[in-house]
Design a protein around this ligand. Structure first.
Ligand code: NAG
Ligand code: NAG
Length: 229
């Protein structure tokens, strides 16, 4: 390349670096216009607040927050749907008032509340993200419970598991022999039921039934953990 062309290019890149530096500095110094100062006149729309709003937020206690959530119509209707679902397990003798029950991937705890409301006193709910006091944090693929600690394990989220076989194995491990594993999956036919039951290597199928749960058409699969492996 010719000498003077090279020199010109060098100057050009030096100039660009200088300009870029100045722009960066200017951006750093200037307050972004999207930031509404806390003292902004009251006819300003206050929501949504920007991340640069440093004014104190009112603290809402967990108890208060929960009470609000639990009274919402959608929460109540899901709880009542789960209650019906579990009553049907009571009526076939799989669930008793003194049963120790584990709900895996329990979300915000609808099923935990439903079980409590129908009279089951010992209910544990786990999910990757906790929702105290109904649901504690635990990885469904690696449950922090002893072998055979529960009488019944339930999940409506087996099909969303990252490793379904591992999810199933953990449900099975934590249920006593002769206890039950119950899953609710998207409505399916016999072959899919067989595929799901095959994930539970130490259990046998008790029954599969199409049900409506939280407004969805689902298939309830009940299995009994074998007495001897
Ligand atoms: C189970 O608990 C429910 C609700 O508390 C109660 O109505 C029912 O009688 C109890 N069943 C038994 C067998 O104790
Ligand atoms: C559930 O419904 C599906 C159709 O959506 C059907 O193929 C299946 O046989 C039904 N299962 C039971 C247990 O009735």
């Amino acid at each position: 390349m010719e000498r003077h062309v090279q020199r010109f290019l060098n100057k050009l890149s030096f100039a660009s670096i200088t300009i870029a530096t100045f722009i960066l500095l200017a951006l750093l110094i200037r307050t972004p216009q999207t930031c509404v100062p806390p003292t902004a006149s009251s006819n300003h729309i206050r929501f949504p607040r920007s991340t640069c709003d440093s004014s104190a937020r009112s603290y809402v206690s967990l108890e208060k927050k929960n009470r609000r959530l639990w009274l919402t119509r959608s929460f109540r209707s899901q709880v009542s749907s789960y209650s019906d679902f579990f009553r049907s397990l009571q009526s076939v003798g799989l669930l008793r008032n003194h049963s120790k029950v584990l709900c895996v991937s329990a979300g915000a705890g609808h099923e935990v509340m439903a079980l409590s409301e129908i009279g089951i006193s010992d209910v544990t709910g786990v999910e990757l993200v906790d929702s105290p006091p109904l649901v504690s944090r635990a990885d469904p693929h690696n449950l922090p419970f002893f072998d055979e600690a529960f009488d019944l394990a339930f999940s409506a989220h087996l099909s969303e598991a990252l490793f379904p076989w591992r999810f199933a194995a953990e449900m099975e491990r934590t249920v006593r022999r002769g206890g039950a594993c119950v899953v609710a999956v998207e409505e399916c036919g016999d072959q899919e039921v067989r595929d799901i039951v095959a994930l539970f290597r130490n259990s046998k199928l008790l029954g599969a039934q199409n049900v409506t749960l939280i407004g969805l058409r689902m298939t309830r699969i009940t299995m009994r953990v074998k007495l001897a492996s």
